[in-house]
Design a protein around this ligand. Structure first.
Ligand SMILES: [Zn+2]
Ligand SMILES: [Zn+2]
Ligand SMILES: [Zn+2]
Length: 346
């Protein structure tokens, strides 16, 4: 009989319709041994060379205001621009391209250069949540914008060259690949079952508890059954909400709470500022009802065993498909047993 804690197997991701290979026999206890805090250079709260710190000059010569909480600005080197002509390129059936317009913005979470989400006050993270909601709403009103992607790259390992706490928004005309796959699955599931895939998934995980990391009244944080990254986490609204602007006051406070708790557990795992790419998936901003969309966040962290040992997606993973050793259940158990007080403050 198949034993998911012993035997190699593959798990289905109903959001992307992709499979991940799990090889639990390869690493029974990947976190043996004592973890020592990695020596981190103590950052100062202001860096004169940082283009995000208050009062400093950015690339195009624009000076940042002396902001006191949140600061939003248009990216000086945007990947997408709104001032280009629309158009198609179609040379036969194989070489196809089309113009893609968009708006790219940056949100500074705090004027304090040395802070990170887990070390911010929950009330300050709440202001970040409000900024995400306001930006989503604002960009949704533009007839040009069909999708708003909010994401944070944290840590040099994820290519974030500047430690100043910030995230990016890339708002585009079309829905990018990952949310497009998920929205298609969510739509088909709703059609077939007359219920929401992620509402059902959230109920399944709550009932089992096996993969739950932490939760509050409005949000559930789980290591998904089909997680690819060792300590991947998905944060889901418990009540069905299509987008972040639909969260009421208490749900926004709850989102700030769960983000602080998840990221604190991450830092405490290997006693290091935990690198990750994090972002929200929600309803496209195409003016349609989008009943099938269900607000959630994905955390994709690369670390595997320590502050320096990371997972690489190479070889079979690039040519075949993703594979993991430790099971999502054991990763969730490991994250669950951690303290929610940040190791630096203990
Ligand atoms: Zn800074
Ligand atoms: Zn739902
Ligand atoms: Zn998603």
């Amino acid at each position: 009989m198949l034993d998911l804690t012993e035997h190699s197997h593959r798990r289905f991701n109903p959001l992307t319709h992709e499979w991940v290979i799990v090889s639990p026999h390869r690493t029974k206890r990947p976190w043996q041994g004592q973890v020592e805090p990695a020596s981190q250079p103590e950052l100062s709260t202001y860096d004169p060379d940082c283009y995000l710190c208050p009062g400093n000059c950015r690339a195009e010569g624009n000076a940042n205001p002396h902001y006191s909480d949140i600061f939003v600005f248009d990216n000086d080197f945007p990947a997408l621009r709104s001032d280009i002509p629309s158009g198609h390129f179609d040379s036969g059936s194989l070489l196809i391209a089309e113009a893609e317009r968009g708006i790219c913005r940056v949100i500074c979470f705090s004027p304090n250069h040395a802070l990170t989400l887990p070390r911010m006050q929950t009330s300050a993270i709440r202001l970040v949540v409000d900024a995400w909601a306001n930006q989503y709403k604002d960009l949704a009103t533009s007839p040009l914008i069909g999708h708003v992607q909010v994401f944070e790259n944290r840590g040099e390992m994820m290519g974030a060259s500047n430690p100043h706490p910030h995230c990016q928004i890339w708002a585009s005309e079309s829905v990018p690949n990952e949310p497009a796959k998920e929205l298609s699955s969510l739509g088909a599931y709703l059609e077939k079952n007359a219920s929401c895939l992620l509402c059902d998934y959230s109920a399944t995980e709550t009932a089992s508890g096996e993969r739950v990391v932490c939760e509050n009244d409005h949000f559930l944080a789980v290591v998904p059954f089909w997680a690819v990254y060792p300590f991947e986490v998905m944060v889901l609204t418990k009540q069905h909400r299509a987008s972040i602007d639909k969260l009421d006051d208490s749900a926004r406070a709850a989102l700030a709470d769960i983000l602080k708790r998840v990221t604190t557990r991450y830092d405490n795992l290997f006693l290091t500022p935990f690198p990750y790419s994090m972002g929200f998936h929600q309803a496209p901003t195409d003016g349609k009802e989008n009943r099938h969309a269900h607000l959630h966040a994905h955390f994709y962290p690369p670390l595997l065993r320590s502050a320096t040992v990371r997972k690489f997606l190479v070889g079979f993973e690039i040519l075949g498909g993703p594979q993991r050793d430790i099971t999502p259940e054991s990763a969730a158990a490991r994250l669950r047993e951690l303290n929610e007080r940040h190791y630096v403050d203990v």
